[in-house]
Design a protein around this ligand. Structure first.
Ligand SMILES: Nc1ncnc2c1ncn2[C@@H]1O[C@H](COP(=O)(O)OP(=O)(O)OP(=O)(O)O)[C@@H](O)[C@H]1O
Ligand SMILES: [Mg+2]
Length: 265
């Protein structure tokens, strides 16, 4: 199927996707992937030919898997290359919700965490979405206060859904000897409830291959069991590798996720 978006109304354009109205249904929208890649909250920016197609494929495979797992997502279908159909947001939640199984990245700078520390239950962190402020982390005590005292059911739901999504995807990637290290997701309100929205692709998570055939991933620190140098995710881009290398890594992710359709739930 090809969709002629020149006839559709553009609702929104972000760094990596364009949102178009669906003339046939006011409750859904089309999400078209772009070849743009950004880092540092948009400070670093490039175009990589073919990235939209690879990200679209990864996003499709992951969301179809999550829907099969019974998790509440906005994803409906992928009717054309580089295009997904999703339930339209009623209300945006201006947060990025991070889950972490293995300590690395920003948590090392401010949290006194040692790289490779394994969190027995994945930890959840909320960041306020604001590029110029570099998405500041919200205080954990404040989140707990909102959940306990202010009927913050949306926060509670986001934490629960975030952990569920993490565990399902961690198990899926484990089949291919890759560790889901951490992940950043977005949520919104649809029909009065909290839904996982936006995209999940190479820029959404850290993925480190196993360093050995039978790694011991239950121990307190798992760094020696994993191969951060072989990373498959957007850190490749953040660290200044060439764009060819970046797209080749993203293609490896898409080659893995295309098998998710065969996984037992
Ligand atoms: N189900 C949905 N309905 C409507 N809009 C959506 C839906 N899912 C995602 N969007 C919006 O699509 C827009 C474009 O996405 P994109 O990721 O390109 O934005 P961005 O530049 O990264 O900005 P942001 O920092 O808000 O993600 C975002 O504003 C996002 O909130
Ligand atoms: Mg985005």
């Amino acid at each position: 199927m090809t969709l002629d978006f020149s006839k559709f109304k553009k609702i929104n354009e972000g760094k990596t996707k364009i949102i178009y109205e669906n003339p046939a249904d006011p409750k859904s929208v089309f999400m078209q992937f772009k070849d743009d890649i950004t880092a540092g909250d948009g400070v670093k920016h490039d175009i990589i030919q073919g990235k939209a197609l690879v990200d679209w494929q990864t996003n499709k495979d992951i969301f179809e898997y999550l829907n099969r797992c019974g998790l509440q997502t906005h994803y409906i279908s992928s009717p054309a290359e580089k295009v997904s159909l999703v339930k339209k947001l009623d209300q945006k939640i201006n947060l990025e919700v991070v889950s972490r199984r293995v300590a690395t990245g920003s948590i090392l700078h401010w949290g006194n965490a040692v790289e490779g520390t394994r969190y027995e239950t994945p930890i959840t962190q909320f960041h306020y979405k604001d590029d110029p402020l570099h998405d500041p982390l919200l205080d954990q005590k404040y989140i707990e206060f909102i959940i306990a005292k202010k009927n913050g059911w949306q926060y509670k739901k986001m934490v629960d859904l975030n952990v569920q999504v993490f565990l399902h995807l961690e198990r899926a990637f484990a089949q291919f000897k890759v560790q889901l290290v951490d992940m950043k997701l977005e949520y919104g309100i649809i029909d009065g409830d909290v839904y996982l929205i936006d995209e999940i692709s190479g820029g959404s998570f850290r993925l480190w291959p196993y360093a050995k055939d039978n790694p011991n991933l239950q121990q307190a620190n798992v760094l020696t069991e994993l191969d951060p140098q072989g990373r498959l995710d957007k850190d490749t881009y953040r660290m200044g590798e060439g764009l060819d290398k970046v797209i080749s890594k993203f293609a490896i992710i898409a080659n893995i996720t295309k098998n998710f359709k065969d996984l037992k739930i």
